[in-house]
Design a binder for this molecule. Structure first.
Ligand code: PEP
Ligand code: MN
Length: 339
C-alpha cells in the first residue's frame, strides 16, 4: 500500500505517518517527489485498517497495491484451479465447459427425474434444483426441504449427474453438504459470513453466487472466507446484478469473466437464467459466456415452464436445452475449449 501525502504536507506530518506505519508493524520507504511525498508501506497490510492512516493530517489517499484477498488471488496461485465434481469427477475449470441444468426448485419426483434424464441426454454434467428456496415473499413456494434432497439423490443415483443445491441456513449445512455434490450459496447469502465459514469447514465444492449489489472485490473476499475456513473448492458464479434496467430481471455483466481471470485462479460459472430473467435470452447469453471464457454454465430448465412453482419465465424446456447444447459445443470449439 502507498500513502500519498498532500502537496503541502510538512516534514513533521510525514514523520507522523511514518511513525503510524511502524506502529502497524510495517516498514516505510519514503519517496520525496517534486511536489509531494509518497510513503510505500512494506509488509503484510491486510490487517491494517487503511481508513485509520487516511485519517492522519495531510494524507491525500491510500493506494492499495496487493489485492485484499490472498488465497483466491493469482498472486498466490498462478495456475487455474480445477475442481472435481460429482460421481463422474468432472474437472470444472479445465478445458471442458461444464453445463449444469435443472429447475429452480425441486417440485416433484416426476419433475426432477424427467429433467435429470433429459439434461444427461443433452450432455450436461450437473443437475441443479433448490430444496430449500430463498424467496422474496414468505408466501411463495419455499421448496420441498428434506424431501427435495432425497429426490435429488435419487436423480443422481440414476443419471450420475453432479447435484448442485442451495443451503440457506446454518442449521442445514450438514445435511446439504452430505447429500449435495456442490453446495450453492445464493446471491442473498454471499455475505452471510457465518454460513461461508460453515461451508468452508466442509470439503464439498461450493458454488458461490455473486450478491446482486456486490462489487468484484467483495465477491472475491466472500470466496476468501470459504477458502480461509479450510475449503479451497470454490466456484464463482455470476448471476447478474441489480441496475436501473427493467427489460431484464438482473443485468448480466459478462465482462466479469476476463476481469476475474486477471485476478483469480478459481473457476467461473455463468447463470444466464437469473442473469436475464427471460428464457428467450438464455441461449444467446450462454454462447456469449462460453465465448468470453466461462468454465461453466448453470441454467434453469423445467419440463413445463408454464406451470413451474418458481422462475418459470426464465426456464428453458429440455428440448431447447438439447438444441442449445449443440450450439454451446460449437462455440466452445471456436475458443479452444470443449463441451
Ligand atoms: C437460484 O439459483 O435459484 C437462486 C435463488 O439464485 P440467486 O441466489 O442467484 O438468486
Ligand atoms: Mn431460480
Amino acid at each position: 500500500m502507498i500513502v500519498v501525502m498532500k502537496p503541502d504536507a510538512t516534514q513533521e506530518q510525514i514523520n507522523h505517518v511514518v511513525a503510524l506505519v511502524h506502529e502497524y508493524g510495517l516498514k516505510d520507504h519514503v519517496i520525496c517527489g517534486t511536489d509531494r511525498t509518497v510513503i510505500a508501506c512494506l509488509g503484510d497490510k491486510r490487517a491494517v485498517d487503511k481508513g485509520a492512516i487516511e485519517n492522519a493530517p495531510m494524507v491525500e489517499k491510500i493506494v492499495p497495491i496487493l489485492a485484499p484477498y490472498k488465497m483466491a488471488s493469482l498472486e498466490v496461485k498462478k495456475d487455474k484451479t480445477q475442481i472435481l465434481i460429482g460421481p463422474e469427477r468432472f474437472p470444472l475449470g479445465g478445458t471442458k465447459i461444464g453445463v449444469i441444468a435443472g429447475p429452480c426448485a425441486v417440485e416433484s419426483r416426476q419433475q426432477i427425474l424427467q429433467t435429470a434424464r433429459q439434461a444427461k441426454a443433452a450432455g450436461c454434467i450437473g443437475l441443479r434444483g433448490g430444496a430449500f428456496k430463498p424467496r422474496s415473499s414468505p408466501y411463495s413456494f419455499q421448496g420441498l426441504g428434506k424431501e427435495g434432497l432425497k429426490l435429488l439423490a435419487e436423480a443422481r443415483e440414476e443419471t450420475q449427474l453432479a447435484v448442485v443445491t442451495e443451503v440457506i441456513g446454518l442449521e442445514q449445512v450438514d445435511e446439504v453438504a452430505e447429500m449435495a455434490d456442490v453446495i450453492q450459496i445464493g446471491a442473498r447469502n454471499m455475505q452471510h459470513f457465518p454460513l461461508l465459514e460453515a461451508v468452508g469447514k466442509s470439503q464439498k465444492p461450493v458454488l458461490l453466487k455473486r450478491g446482486m449489489s456486490a462489487t468484484l472485490d467483495e465477491f472475491l473476499l466472500a470466496a476468501e472466507y470459504i477458502i480461509n475456513a479450510g475449503n479451497p473448492n470454490v466456484i464463482l458464479c455470476e448471476r447478474g446484478i441489480r441496475t436501473f434496467e427493467s427489460y431484464v430481471r438482473n443485468t448480466l455483466p459478462l465482462a466479469i469473466i476476463p476481469a476475474l481471470r486477471e485476478r483469480t485462479h478459481l473457476p467461473v460459472v455463468i447463470d444466464p437464467s437469473h442473469g436475464t430473467g427471460h428464457a428467450y435470452m438464455v441461449p444467446s447469453m450462454c454462447l456469449a459466456a462460453v465465448a468470453a471464457g466461462a468454465d461453466g454454465l448453470i441454467l434453469e430448465c423445467h419440463p413445463d415452464p408454464e406451470r413451474a412453482a418458481s422462475d418459470g419465465a426464465q426456464s428453458v424446456t429440455p428440448d431447447l436445452l438439447k438444441e442449445l447444447m449443440k450450439k454451446i459445443q460449437k462455440v466452445a470449439l471456436a475458443v479452444d475449449r470443449q463441451a
